[in-house]
Every structure is written in structure tokens, then in C-alpha cells.
Design a protein around this ligand. Structure first.
Ligand code: NAD
Length: 264
């Protein structure tokens, strides 16, 4: 199978690092022109330099906008009017104690992890429907299913993304637009990589050992016994954005190394 996305315009939110950056690389390698996004101008500019160096043939643009706010989402929409592919990758997590958490912290995470994608899909999906082709992908998490007790708010936002994704797939059914969610497991992204590097330094062990300890204690059901790479997650996203994936919509697709113990 040769995936060809030449002539397609993609937006990947939160893509100056981590899984989003790998998705931007993967889509560009398949021929799509890719808009990357992060909060700060500097990080966006640095990511653009890196991507253009790696893939000189590819076409990239960048928009610095904080998509956790309605203003940031409006700024992205104003700068990039339409897209054929929207990957709602932006998201974060904080380890916290449920009993001490404030309402604002719940609402802020909901804005960042859920509303950023809702607003982007609301803006870009109608154009896809009008043109009769489109791909919307929500990067959820295995934490949507296995709710982590130290990040219940995160689990809630990731389950909410599945609901939005499935509902939107129903709404645009039969139009040539597909909507799917991808559920990564523990992945060596910037945020989790940094956490493991810090843990390793604290405990005088290697990053590999820190990851193994994390898996044993926090994700013992892993079937691959390692973190996934950002590229492994990106591969699934590139496929689901391809022409060839036209038969898959409304799905929740796992790249979790088998962490979720269910067949479906
Ligand atoms: P990361 O922190 O490594 O990268 C996040 C990216 O988003 C960065 O480019 C950052 O600059 C950007 N960003 C952060 N806040 C932003 C904002 N308000 N507006 C615009 N850009 C912003 O994250 P990651 O681990 O690659 O996670 C990407 C997605 O994958 C998230 O939705 C996350 O929940 C999901 N996920 C990650 C893992 C994992 O183990 N890393 C597992 C399951 C799901």
C-alpha cells in the first residue's frame, strides 16, 4: 500500500514536539502540506526549521496560537481558512490529587484537551463536507478507557474526545468525511520523555529503567513491554488519514501496546 496525500492540506494541533510533530512529519512524507501549531512563535519557528531541513520537498506553514482558548482557536481559523485533514492532537496531563483539585483546573483541562478539538472540528469539518472529502482525527489515549486514578480529569477529557469523535462521525456520515479517534499508550513524547528523564536522574537509573518501572507499576498490562515511539502512533494516524482508510469511520483505534485488556 502506498499512501499518497499530495494535494491535501493538513492541520496538526500541538505539533512543535512529541506525537504531533511525528504526525506532521508522517503526513508531510506522504505528500500533504502541513500546518503545524504550538503556543509560542519561537517553538513554531524552530519546529518549522527542523521539518523543512528533514523534508525539503514538503510544504509547511506554522501558526502560533494557544488553542486552549477560544481566541487562540479563532486565530488559527482566521489564519488557515480550510483543511482536508484535521488532527486534534493537542493535549496534556497533570498528575494531581482528586480531593485537592479546584474546579478551574478541571475546566482548564477540558478547554485544552476537549474544546480545542471541538472548536477546530466545528470550523474545518463543514468545508470538508462541502468538498466531499475529509479526515478528522482526535488523539485520545488508553486513559480514556483505563482511567488513571492520579489523573481522573485527564481520563475524563480523553473519554470525552471519544464521544465527540463518534458523534461527529455520525453527523457527517455518508459525506466522504471520516472521523476517528486514536488511543496511544505510554509514548516517548516530549512530555513523557522529559518526565522519565527527570525520574531517571532523581533515582540514578537510566531512562529505559525508568520506563520499565513505570510500565510495571502503572501499566502492567502492556503486551510490548516498552513505550511506543511517536512514529508508531503517527503511522496509524497517517493511515487513517489516507484514501485507503475510507472504510473506517467512527472508530477508536488503539496504538497502546495492548495496555487496554479488551478485544474491542
Ligand atoms: P507533548 O507535551 O510531548 O507535546 C505537546 C505539543 O502541544 C507541543 O508541541 C506543545 O508545544 C503543544 N501545546 C501544548 N499546549 C498547547 C496549547 N495550549 N496550544 C497549542 N499547542 C500547545 O505531548 P504528547 O505526549 O506528544 O501528547 C500529544 C497527544 O497525545 C495529547 O493529546 C496526549 O493526551 C496524547 N497522548 C499522549 C501519550 C503519551 O504517552 N505521550 C499517551 C496517550 C495519549
Amino acid at each position: 500500500m502506498k499512501i499518497e496525500l499530495k494535494g491535501r492540506k493538513a492541520i496538526v494541533t500541538g505539533s512543535t514536539a512529541g506525537i504531533g510533530f511525528a504526525i506532521a512529519q508522517g503526513l508531510a512524507r506522504a505528500g500533504a502540506s502541513v500546518v503545524i501549531n504550538g503556543r509560542g512563535e519561537q517553538r513554531v519557528a524552530a519546529a518549522l526549521v527542523e521539518l523543512r531541513t528533514q523534508l525539503p520537498e514538503a510544504e509547511f506553514a506554522g501558526v502560533a496560537a494557544d488553542l486552549s482558548t477560544a481566541e487562540g482557536s479563532a486565530l488559527l481559523a482566521a489564519r488557515i481558512n480550510d483543511a482536508d485533514i484535521l488532527v486534534n492532537n493537542l493535549g496534556t496531563a497533570y498528575v494531581n490529587g482528586f480531593f485537592d483539585q479546584k474546579d478551574e483546573e478541571w475546566l482548564d483541562l477540558f478547554q485544552l484537551n476537549v474544546m480545542s478539538g471541538v472548536r477546530a472540528a466545528r470550523h474545518y469539518a463543514p468545508g470538508m463536507v462541502n468538498r466531499g472529502w475529509g479526515r478528522v482525527v482526535f488523539i485520545s489515549s488508553e486513559s480514556a478507557v483505563n482511567i488513571p486514578k492520579e489523573m481522573i480529569d485527564y481520563g475524563m477529557t480523553k473519554t470525552a474526545q471519544l464521544s465527540v469523535s463518534r458523534g461527529l462521525a455520525e453527523l457527517v456520515g455518508g459525506t466522504g468525511v471520516t472521523v476517528n479517534a486514536v488511543l496511544p499508550g505510554p509514548t516517548r513524547s516530549e512530555i513523557l520523555g522529559n518526565w522519565m528523564v527527570a525520574t531517571a536522574a532523581e533515582q540514578g537509573i537510566t531512562q529505559d529503567e525508568a520506563e520499565q518501572n513505570f510500565l510495571k507499576t502503572m501499566r502492567p498490562t502492556t503486551l510490548i513491554n516498552r513505550f511506543t515511539t511517536t512514529e508508531e502512533v503517527a503511522n496509524m494516524v497517517v493511515y487513517i488519514c489516507s484514501e485507503q482508510a475510507s472504510g473506517t469511520s467512527g472508530a477508536a483505534l488503539r496504538v497502546d501496546g495492548g495496555v487496554v485488556r479488551s478485544i474491542f
